[in-house]
Design a protein around this ligand. Structure first.
Ligand code: TPP
Ligand code: MG
Length: 774
């Protein structure tokens, strides 16, 4: 099979990639010395096993519009390839793993435009490619891609990543949505971090892929071995390798030619043709032969990629050797291994790289530099220009809700989306919602009724066709704007990660909104963190939340999520109490998630119907809501007490406040909508003052300024009390923080609020204690 590849150039580059990646690690100052004074932690072995596959991909197969997730420890290989392509600087490589240098693990935001998906937490980058392929389909079927060609979403994954449940979850979801244009290439080096991967487990893996609709390509033997198998004794040799346990194979790889010879002589004693085969190879040649796995055989790899020319989801299982080409290849302890200086000298000689020429792009290669330069100039991936795309911002229409005497924030959320769905704004056209099987119970139902469910292929709504009455009209078609997911919260966050990068990955903007039950934010936390780490932009709605969910019981009541909101980088967390506050947050939020220096949003909402304040929307109110707090009742100057509440405990706070006003007339009532915003702005103001901007004041500092110096603050929310307890530090006030710090249980709201000490009586008690303690 012809691959039309310039094999001489590719072979030379494969060699250079191995050299440069290994050298980059060796050279890095920031790799810690171990007890013997040697540096460890560099993952030279783990990186090396993908040198061939990545050479084939980046220098021949990939197109500019393809997108790749590179396994964390292959980052030096990626950096080396980009360096050869003139897309990475020597300076960054010299500072590999150091501050400001090339990152240890590929990072979208820190390594620049050629890293499509960050990786590091194993399993997530792999699964992200599935969701990116779904997003690409979504955009393409809606005509949002313009004339941009369809790209392939590629994951280069370690074999141990298969152990991560989120990989399987993504496979099932991908199958349901008929994911295509997807390649997963397993670096089957049969080693993970601690050990050699179980043989038994991998015998099942290709089955799993096939069951979920993948085409599986097994890349096992390279050309040398395939030729040897044709010779007398070859069949026996193949069987011996096929049956060889991973651990024995790895050990022999480490030991080298003489060990192979001894072992084969012993195990295949008497096999016809074996003697000739062994005699025909010296130790080096025998080692080369026995380690000629397909994942290190450039031609075999290129041919396999060339054959895969349709859009089916395809898994390549590439047999490789961890540390191939390096002295510790195959050793089970080599995961974080690094060559010692003598080994490095030997390796350098074998690579033909003179001292001082380590960064030379072509030193030691047997292909002329001009020819290589010309070849590199023609590499399709290099013709990409910038690979970080952009899309214009979408105008946010005015979001107003008709006032109702009572409402819950969750219901208001549903009505806002319903209203957007009814209109014809561009924002509505670009909105895409997604939920892991809680679409209806998080109030997305009306929006979905209007906008439909997304599916590649039109599917009828059987209940409607059979004339069975239902409030849900769920026709599925490419025009649908809701992606219904199975109950796997990891998938929700990975879907949001992919949707929320759509402008930068595909040049078309989407406004993703995802809903889930608030406690299950924790279930997908690593994937949420991953989405934020990549600066994906989305609106996450956790609802219902807290013990306010009363009768549902402790398993469904979230406690810690406000602290997650407080601590998660690039996520603005809000917990409004009233519908008009939510409308203001969403109005601003749809812009924030598009702004260059913006971020994602997390709205913690509730099903509790509470009386709504009688007020018209105003810019001043919106400003306070977005800044994170406003005075519902401003304190008198020098007030000795303020009560701060956040979220659906507003009625309890109001009741307590009314009662205490008689005794503490000047007290203030602070409505907090975002502990996170208050805290972030406070820290920013402190930093600005340290930098000399003496006048800088954060909103919360201005808000608390009228209070007496020795005033007390009582804070309350349906969530962990620490969320607001830090307010003590702002004006050096004493804080009595109320909230929930133990698992909830079934009950009604009055019972549970009483049991957890966040009812009006408990608030009043705390206020009394605070005043007495002055
Ligand atoms: C979620 C998660 N758990 C643990 C780790 C630590 N870790 C880094 S690499 C690795 C094993 C990787 O093995 P494999 O995927 O086979 O990659 P190889 O190094 O063999 O290429 C582990 C456990 C991690 N990065 N992420
Ligand atoms: Mg491995």
């Amino acid at each position: 099979m012809s691959t039309n590849a310039d094999l001489d150039c590719l072979r030379a580059l494969e060699r250079k990639v191995l050299w440069l990646s290994t050298w980059t690690i060796h050279n890095a100052n920031h790799i810690r010395p171990n007890r013997d004074g040697l540096k460890v932690g560099g993952h030279q072995a783990s990186s090396a096993s993908l040198a061939t596959v990545m050479t084939a991909l980046y220098f021949h197969v990939l197109k500019a519009h393809d997108r790749v997730a590179v396994k964390p420890h292959a980052s030096p290989v990626l950096h080396a390839i980009l360096y050869l392509l003139g897309r990475q600087s020597r300076d960054k490589l010299e500072r590999f793993r150091a501050f400001g240098g090339a990152q240890s693990y590929p990072s979208r935001n820190k390594d620049g435009g050629d890293v499509d998906f960050s990786t590091g937490s194993v399993g997530l980058g792999v699964a992200a490619t599935t969701f990116a392929s779904l997003v690409q389909d979504y955009l393409s079927l809606k005509g949002f891609l313009g004339n941009r060609p369809i790209g392939r979403m590629v994951a280069l994954m370690g074999d141990a990543e298969i152990d991560e449940g989120n990989v399987f979850e993504a496979m099932l979801e991908g199958w349901k949505h008929d994911a295509r244009n997807l390649w997963w290439i397993v670096d089957y080096n049969r080693q993970s971090l601690d050990n050699v991967v179980s043989d038994r487990m991998f015998a099942r893996v290709d089955d799993v892929f096939r069951t979920t609709g993948w085409d599986v390509v097994i890349l096992k033997y390279g050309k040398l071995l395939e030729q040897a198998f044709q010779q007398p004794g070859g069949e026996a040799l193949r069987k011996w390798i096929d049956d060889c346990p991973n651990s024995l194979y790895s050990a022999l790889v480490y030991q080298g030619g003489a060990a192979w010879r001894a072992r084969l002589k012993r195990d295949l004693n008497g096999t016809n043709g074996l003697k000739a085969l062994l005699d025909g190879h010296d130790d080096d040649a025998l080692h080369r032969l026995m380690t000629n796995l397909a994942g290190h055989d450039l031609e075999t790899v290129l041919e396999a990629f060339a054959r895969a020319d349709d859009d089916r989801a395809r898994c390549f299982i590439a047999y490789t050797i961890k540390g191939h080409g390096l002295p510790f290849a195959g050793h089970k302890d080599n995961h974080a291994g690094l060559m010692n200086p003598q080994q490095m000298q030997t390796f350098r000689r074998s690579m033909g790289v003179p001292d001082g020429a380590e960064w030379d792009r072509f030193a030691g290669l047997d292909v002329d530099a001009d020819r290589l330069e010309r070849f590199l100039g023609e590499v399709p991936f290099a013709k990409a220009g910038t690979r970080v795309l952009a899309a214009p911002e979408i105008r946010v229409p005015s979001i107003v809700l008709p006032r109702t005497p009572k409402a819950s924030t969750q219901e208001a959320f549903g009505r806002i989306l319903d209203e957007l769905g009814r209109g014809d704004s561009e924002l509505a056209a670009r909105l895409v919602t997604t939920s892991p099987d809680v679409t209806v119970s998080t109030n997305l139902g009306p929006w979905v009724n209007r906008r439909g469910v997304f599916q590649r292929n039109e599917r009828d709504d059987t209940f409607r066709d059979e004339k069975v009455a239902s409030t849900q009209r769920w026709a599925q078609s490419p025009a649908g704007q809701h992606v219904e997911l199975g109950i796997a919260e990891n998938n929700l966050f990975l879907m949001l990660a992919a949707l929320g990068l759509s402008d930068r990955l595909f040049g078309a903007r989407l406004i993703p909104v995802g809903t889930l039950y608030d406690p299950f934010v924790m279930r997908g936390l690593d994937a949420l963190n991953y989405a934020c780490y990549q600066d994906a932009r989305f609106m996450l709605v956790g609802t219902p939340a807290g013990i306010t969910l009363a009768p549902e019981g402790g398993a469904h009541q979230s406690i810690v999520t406000p602290l997650i909101g407080l601590g998660q980088d690039r996520l603005a967390a809000y917990e409004p109490a009233y519908a008009d506050e939510l409308a203001a947050v969403m109005q601003w939020g749809f812009g924030h998630l598009q702004a260059r220096d913006g971020g994602s949003l997390y709205l913690r909402l509730s099903t509790r119907q509470i009386a709504q304040p009688d007020r018209a929307p105003s810019p001043a109110l919106a400003e306070g809501v977005i800044a994170g707090a406003y005075w519902a009742v401003p304190p008198q100057p020098g007030a000795e007490l303020a009560l701060a509440y956040m979220g659906p405990v507003a009625p309890e706070a109001l009741a307590a406040f009314e009662a205490l006003r008689e005794d503490v007339p000047g007290a203030g009532l602070l409505a907090v909508t975002s502990a996170q915003r208050l805290s972030a702005d406070w820290r920013a103001a402190q930093a600005a003052r340290r930098d000399g901007a003496a006048e800088s004041r954060a909103p919360i500092e201005r808000l608390l300024a009228p209070l007496a110096e020795d005033a007390a603050l009582v804070t309350v929310l349906d969530g962990h009390p620490a969320t607001l307890a830090w307010l003590a530090g702002v004006g050096r006030h004493r804080v009595h923080a109320l909230g929930v710090d133990h698992f909830g249980q079934s009950g009604d709201i009055p019972d549970l609020y009483r049991a957890h000490g966040i009812d009006a009586a408990a608030i009043l008690d705390a206020c009394a204690a605070a005043c007495l303690g002055r």
